[in-house]
Design a protein around this ligand. Sequence first.
Ligand SMILES: [Zn+2]
Length: 267
Amino acid sequence: MKKLNVMVVGAHPDDCEGGCGGTALKYVKAGSRVTFVSVTDGSAGHQTLGRQELAKIRKEEAQASANISGVTSIVLKHRDGELEPNLEARKEMVRLIRKVQPDIIITHRLNDYHPDHRSTSQIIEDSSYLVMVPAICPDTPALNHQPAIFFVYDPFRRPYPFSADVVVRIDDVMEEKLKMTGCHKSQYEAFLPWMAIKQGEIRTDYDVRNYPSDAITQWDRKVAEQYQDALKQRYGHESTTQYAEAYEMSEYGMEIPRADLDEYFPR
Ligand SMILES: [Zn+2]
């Protein structure tokens, strides 16, 4: 695999780990550089803590996770739950992409339940061409290349379902991924199980101490089951995969020929 510069952009401080923590670990182990960006401060993600206190905690949690994986963690200051894909946010992202100079950007899709996820995706797609245009944000030198953009797996079906272009087996780094997600205690041990009980996804007598590993392993197992054929094609027909992360290439970034995708994602 090529040594790459990878920028993962999530709306909230735990989004990067949840969607592609395993792939990020594999990139770092293979000598690539990975930057995790949270566009919002995550300050709405708790049932009792106030915004100021929570923003500080969530930045620290993201850093603790980054210390395990070896990625660089950046948390921007937009208020959680209020992110808009406006001109100011676009210019901020154009400058940040130019500074990081990624070969690949990984982010949410445009169809997603959370407005911050949708806005993040829109901001990235709005920036994808402009990062090369010198007249836009002339205070930061324009890039000579356009990064490729990939979307992380989601289960939403309208207006069109996620279609995987590449799938990464993460069985060998699953334990480490759970350590990373486990750093986001305000989410996986408090807010997310509280919300899941509200939504009727787990029972009120569920032991929330199991929530982090249950939520992540179930999700990544579902991805592996859904893309078992693609995984067998990539890792050999005799192989089995328990946990996986999947990516769809955006039409707005640099297009990587299908035959070369293997070079851009760790095995
Ligand atoms: Zn999120």
